[in-house]
Design a protein around this ligand. Structure first.
Ligand code: ZN
Length: 156
């Protein structure tokens, strides 16, 4: 298990557009494993490669159903709206209210570079949109309604 350093808001890499992945190399396999380790260790539900300092279009998500690897993800369709609290591992200790689609359908490659479609509602839709935004240098704080709020740290 290897943890990566999560970059914090203000780090310029979080604002850069990430690059398409063209092939899976041992380094990328290791990166994906480390991203899952880092996400689980920090109790996150999603993590994008730029958050660990890598400018590649790779996202990992686990909203409790199944671990997902999304390489070069593209949002195909969204429907509806949901407004609720959102946080980000790159903005520790804060949450803010963000409106996102209620439903999202996304095309991506898995860790074997096989294309698949993932559909999400509620938290998964929010998470897909949030993480894919990271690949274009967009942070949820850009979309927040009102002020960021402090959260109490988890006691575990
Ligand atoms: Zn984030």
């Amino acid at each position: 298990m290897a943890l990566r350093n999560v970059r914090i808001l203000g780090d310029e890499i979080l604002r850069k557009k990430a690059k398409e992945v063209t092939e899976i190399t041992p380094r990328i396999e290791e990166l994906i494993d480390d991203m899952f380790d880092t996400m689980y260790e920090t109790n996150g539900v999603g993590l994008a490669a730029p958050q660990v300092g890598i400018r590649k279009r790779i996202v990992v998500i686990d909203c409790g159903d199944q671990p997902l690897v999304l390489i070069n993800p593209v949002i195909l369709e969204t429907k509806g709206e949901q407004t609720g609290n959102e946080g980000c591992l790159s903005v520790p200790g804060k949450v803010g209210i963000v409106t996102r689609p209620q439903y999202a359908r996304v095309k991506a490659l898995n860790e074997n570079m096989e294309e698949y479609i993932i559909e999400g509602e509620d938290l998964l839709a929010r998470c897909l949109c949030h993480e894919i935004d990271h690949l274009d240098g967009i942070m949820y704080v850009d979309k927040v309604e009102g002020e960021l709020m402090e959260v109490e740290p988890d006691e575990d």
